[in-house]
Design a binder for this molecule. Structure first.
Ligand SMILES: [Zn+2]
Length: 131
């Protein structure tokens, strides 16, 4: 009998630890979502590119290309380059950085949610069935 009580105390302790951990996870998810809400992500990358103009007798015809010019390349529709002016560069760079950050945040949220599921499973095994 004593042994059974002890096991049950251990279980309660484990359940408490798991509950604490799940509360921490919920807080972490809230923080990550708040951080994500601040981002202005641009899905793509910034590239510098030399170009050939359309003029017949231009130096670029002989290999002396113009540029470099800055372009934003959306990641899902390759080939659709968007010319970026010098003053917009910082904004675009920030957007691209935000996009990378957003991917990291999404990955972490996915991880902690998986852990939360695991905790629920562990707790189910620890809480005795009541009759
Ligand atoms: Zn040219």
């Amino acid at each position: 009998m004593e042994k059974v009580l002890k096991d049950s105390d251990d279980n309660l302790y484990k359940v408490k630890k798991l509950l604490d951990e799940s509360h921490e996870i919920v807080d972490r998810i809230k923080a990550l979502k708040a951080e994500k809400a601040q981002l202005k992500p641009l899905c793509g990358s910034l590239r510098r590119r030399m170009i050939r103009c359309g003029k017949k007798n231009c130096r670029c015809r002989k290999g002396q290309l113009h540029g470099p010019y800055n372009y934003f390349v959306p990641s899902k529709c390759r080939g659709k380059w968007q010319y970026i002016t010098e003053e917009d560069i910082t904004k675009i760079e920030q957007g691209v950085a935000d996009w990378k950050k957003q991917k990291k945040i999404d990955a972490e949220i996915k991880d902690v949610l998986a852990r939360l599921k695991e905790i629920r499973r562990e707790m189910t095994g620890l809480i005795p069935a009541t009759e």
